[in-house]
Design a protein around this ligand. Structure first.
Ligand code: GLC
Length: 457
């Protein structure tokens, strides 16, 4: 009994605390929030980017976690490093593929958890350039993507399964190896290395638009990485850079507690799409980006044929945008450096759709009108985009659109005008808005048919 009274008192206190916390953000917080909105503006307009997971793990082709999953030692893993020779790597081809798909930015793994560097770091010999004729793959990536007019980001793993001073914690491949655990790990030395590599990336490679860190867990979070110092150094070289939130958070947080911290500018939901637009605890919409694979693996996986259809990918993109978010869609090039054919084919279908319908994605966000049965809405100012993605019988009912406020309705892909009316079967009192799509029961575009509703205000 006493216990339950205690709990009730506690929960009332917690409720009170969260209510009072919701009241007003501090001046400092509001300034930070405004600044984050400013810095992320291009990204929130871009909406669609390419994630590229490329490294020596492409050779075993069982995903980038192979060293951890199979508890391989660095010596055992070495055979994959030795045979990693991306002879077909051509960053310009990758950049053209991304651009043709309608993507506006890309993020490449400069170093993944295995610690093998895809850039020519002066702080280690564990790097591709040593066995690739001195070529710096990261630099080639940056040059080629910038040349196509895309923004560029680098993924950098703050975890390192190769560095001698990185302890066998978390999912380290040697987590069960007692002898390995007895070694002395000089954490400060590891931090010096990690900070030093990040400094190389932000100092020597021109303008970097995004740093995408991965990842924190348990006590290995925030100040354990000396994150404040790290972020300060990064912003010194790259005042306009955008940072993901994984220097301190890898799992997202409750909307009642969420804030934009000085250590990260956007949230990174993984392999799923939030049910509502993400907001901070004061109710402000905050920037976020879902990262998602095209099959089920990030790194190249020869046997993973579980490809998502172009239809599902467009659906996911629209879903993100309809909630003020972005989609960072992954490709895992094969060991020779080619983006898999299956990915290319899917991306080219998505690209064809984007060419005609990109207007309903770029610079768009959530609409106040509730989600309809036949799809979703995205909105940009006075223009509402109705994404007809599900099977539907009869006309498209954009219920909730104020009839008197509509200027015109078009088929976005062709620009042809569509007629509309308020009634069908006499039910005019329900706020219905029927767009006449010739009562077809099949969507004209199987990926997503977009109806553009121009409103007066
Ligand atoms: C996870 C995985 C990693 C992948 C990343 C992408 O944190 O550890 O392999 O790169 O997600 O978001």
């Amino acid at each position: 009994m006493r216990k339950s009274i205690g709990l009730t008192a506690l929960s009332i206190l917690m409720m009170f605390q969260s209510l009072s916390a919701q009241e007003t953000p501090s001046k400092e917080y509001t300034e930070r929030y405004q600044n984050v909105l400013k810095q992320t503006q291009w990204m929130r307009e871009a909406r669609f980017g390419m994630f590229i997971h490329f490294g020596a793990y492409a050779v075993p082709s069982r995903g980038e976690w192979v060293k951890s999953n199979e508890r391989l030692t660095t010596e055992q893993y070495q055979k994959y490093i030795d045979s990693f020779n991306p002879v077909d790597f051509d960053a310009r081809k990758w950049a053209k593929t991304a651009k043709a798909a309608g993507m506006k930015y890309a993020v490449l793994t400069a170093k993944h958890h295995d610690g093998f560097c895809m850039f020519d770091s002066k702080l280690t010999d564990y790097k591709l350039s040593n066995q690739f004729g001195g070529r710096d793959l990261v630099r080639e990536f940056l040059d080629a993507f910038r040349a196509e007019g895309l923004k560029v980001g680098l993924y950098y793993s703050i975890i390192d399964w190769n560095h001698k001073d990185y302890p066998n914690v978390g999912n380290h491949p040697q987590r069960d190896d007692k002898d390995y655990g007895k070694r002395t790990f000089n954490w400060d030395n590891y931090l010096k290395y990690m900070h030093g590599q990040v400094e190389e990336l932000v100092k020597n490679y021109g303008k970097i638009d995004i740093m995408w860190f991965d990842y924190s867990f348990g006590e290995y979070s925030g100040e354990k990485w000396k994150a404040k110092e790290l972020v300060k150094m990064i912003r010194k070289y790259q005042p306009e850079i955008i940072l993901d939130n994984r220097l301190e958070n890898n799992e997202g947080s409750s909307s009642k507690q969420r804030t934009i911290s000085e250590l990260g500018d956007f949230e990174t939901p993984e392999q799923g799409i939030p049910d509502v637009p993400l907001t901070d605890k004061y109710g402000n919409s905050i920037p976020w980006e879902t990262c998602m694979t095209m099959n089920t693996s990030w790194g190249y996986n020869e046997s993973d044929k579980n490809w998502k259809s172009p239809e599902l990918i467009v659906n996911c993109l629209v879903n993100c945008v309809s909630k003020n978010g972005n989609l960072l869609l992954n490709v895992g090039p094969d060991p020779k450096g080619n983006i898999p054919d299956a990915s290319i084919q899917i991306l080219s279908k998505v690209g064809t759709w984007m060419e005609k319908n990109g207007e309903s994605i770029y610079g768009c966000g959530a609409s106040a009108i509730p989600k309809p049965e036949w799809g979703r809405y995205t909105q940009k100012g006075n223009i509402l985009y109705a994404h007809w993605m599900n099977q539907n019988l009869g006309d498209i009912n954009a219920k909730g659109v104020n009839f008197a406020n509509v200027k015109n309705v078009f088929m976005l892909s062709s620009g042809a005008e569509l007629s509309y009316n308020k009634t069908w079967w006499g039910n005019q009192e329900h706020g219905n808005f029927f767009i006449n799509v010739n009562s077809k029961s099949e969507k004209p575009d199987y990926l997503d048919t977009v109806l553009k509703i121009e409103m007066k205000k």
